[in-house]
Design a protein around this ligand. Structure first.
Ligand code: PXL
Length: 248
């Protein structure tokens, strides 16, 4: 069975972070490896504490995890510190890991810092190693420096992030007004992936970026194209949100 490596923080609710990643990877019939970058304390709507692991621990976790099985894809979420981003970049290079999906987690929806400020520049330096970066419109604006302006702004930000080294960019459209349209840019063409707006509470939407990027990584691990993976990930996420609504 193929393996997907999740590198993410632990959210004990399981709605976001490494637990959500593992559940998603498992739902696609693949085996998760979960390297933990931080431990958080939170409810579905508020992160009260987020403590990153040390860079030396992260390096050991990565080293041992890939001895178990070489991953077919890698999903990167919360990293916490600039030093952790540097360790990860060196590790990916040294081990020639492929199919790298970066969900650039910087702050939680409730405003908690999940990557220290000086880590943002390191995250930008990670882009040349990345197969697909999956920012929402806020993260895309922050990383690219292109002002948020609906779909037009998202397309400009996608071009800028491609220029910064990411081989493919998917700006997720959940934060857009109106229909949630994801914008995929491969350096040549834009593809708009339309979705349905599912009315849901803030809590039910917690961790949707984590689930989306894990679903994308799972599809890429199975050998699907980026476009097909992006469509499958969006459909999977819609089903998860519907299921959560029924539970709430
Ligand atoms: O959804 C972003 C995110 C990612 N990873 C962890 C989180 C959160 C948001 O709270 O806690 C561990």
């Amino acid at each position: 069975m193929k393996t997907v490596l999740s590198i993410a923080g632990l959210d004990p609710t399981g709605y976001a972070g490494s637990v959500a990643d593992a559940l998603t990877i498992n739902a696609f019939g693949l085996t998760p490896l979960t390297v933990i970058t931080a431990v958080t304390a939170q409810t579905l709507t508020k992160v009260s504490k987020a403590e990153p692991v040390t860079a030396t621990l992260l390096k050991s976790e990565l080293t041992e995890a890939v001895k178990v099985k070489r991953p077919s894809s890698v999903k990167i979420g919360m990293l916490g510190t600039a030093e952790n981003v540097r360790v990860l970049r060196n590790f990916i290079k040294k081990n020639k890991l492929k199919n790298i999906i970066l969900d650039p987690v910087i702050t939680s929806s409730s405003g908690k810092v999940l990557l220290e400020k000086k880590g943002v520049v390191e995250l930008k330096r990670l882009l040349p190693l990345v197969t697909v970066v999956t920012p929402n419109t806020d993260e895309a604006a922050l990383l690219s420096g292109v002002k948020k302006n609906g779909i037009i702004g998202a397309k400009k930000a996608a071009e800028a992030l491609f220029g910064m080294g990411a081989k493919n960019v998917i700006i997720t459209g959940g934060h857009l007004k109106g229909a949630p349209i994801d914008i995929l840019f491969n350096g040549k063409n834009f593809t708009e992936i339309k979705g349905k707006r599912i009315k849901a509470s803030k809590g039910a939407l917690h961790g949707t970026g984590c689930i989306y990027s894990s679903a994308l990584a799972s599809n890429l691990a199975k050998g699907k194209s980026i476009k097909v993976s992006a469509v499958n990930a969006k459909r999977y996420l819609e089903e998860v949100i519907k299921k959560r609504k029924r539970l709430a």
